[in-house]
Ligand binder design. Sequence first.
Ligand code: URA
Length: 431
Amino acid sequence: MPFNPASVIAKKRDGSALTRDEIAEFVGGFTNGSIPEYQMSALAMAIYLCGMSTAETAALTEQMLASGVQLRWPAGSHYVDKHSTGGVGDKVSLLLAPLLACCGLRVPMISGRGLGPTGGTLDKLESIPGFRTDLSLDEIREITARVGCVITGASAEIAPADRRLYALRDVTATVASIPLITASIMSKKLAEGLDALVLDVKVGSGAFMKTLEQARELARSLVETGRRMGVATSALITDMSQPLGHMAGNAVEVDETVAALAGEGPDDLISLTNSLGAELLVAAGLASTREEGVAQIQQHIDSGRGLEKLREMVAAQGGDLDAARPIAPATIIEATRAGFVAAIDVEALGYEIIRLGGGRRVMSDSIDHSVGIETLVSIGDRIERGQPLVRVFAKHEDGSLDRESLTSCFQIQDEAATKPPLVFERYPDVP
Ligand code: URA
């Protein structure tokens, strides 16, 4: 019987599970153009409304992965990566790739751009003069072998079905679906040909997932899919109720990365980098406990070797880490009342960066890499009226700096407020 896309859509719409063959036919047809976008959109909506089992999600991931090339590596080394579901000030990838390379792992990291309030690793790196994020597959292979790490964008050969499906999801209100997010993220990550992957699933006001329950569900879906596909996968559910580190933007985040690798990083950034890296060192068998993994990573911060490795990776990708990265003029925004910092609207802070030109509303927007925001207080801090809350780096002759909306990102109260934990949970909860 010829394949009938409408009956597959109807089956999913009615809440039944699709078979691996049905998913393969559908994604294959979408990739080769025999299934039109309107039918793929209808299936995406049915998945959005009815969800998918772990087996279906794994089959969808497998087919999206199969729509493009998968890197293959010579035996003898461990290939690993970390993926974050996105946050404000999240620059962990910039530290972790070189630090893991120093520990003897290989990190072929394919990363993304910022869209909406969360920043993108590629945009941050492009604030480094000369840095290229459009490496060919051969360049990825060569730099990974020679330097030990690379951070680049997904070329057209990597999971092309995801690229086309993501564009449809964006305009059909089907982005926020756990199986679709899982297949999208994992098809690109698995194309790297990894042995181990750690996921940083963010939760809080600046994250995709606003509640711990949602974050748990996404972590479970990502990890189970990775494991079914033969990759040692774990997830940490981590806090995004305040920016990570102090700096958020592009050039300012590279500056904070360099300072952190020189031993002057904020505690939360260093601690999260160490925790995520330790997961991979244990998964690869290069550390027997997480404590041992943390010690290995910290040693490469203390010795300065991590910073040297970042410099080497940047040079291999055409950039110069020592060339000036312009930062826009700074303006301090002060608290309008005394009290305790109870909450930070991190998403709103991310949108302030966009409004000042440091992020994009739509994919075609260009970015001013010199824009950024430095957060000077944390949740739980006791502050005085007039105390600096943030330092804004922006060219705002056009009046785009809005003091009121910046101060309203911070909820200040009279009662003491508790600091959130940095890492809420691991999935699975036992190694
Ligand atoms: N990031 C992705 O790559 N895909 C999604 O669907 C969501 C976040």
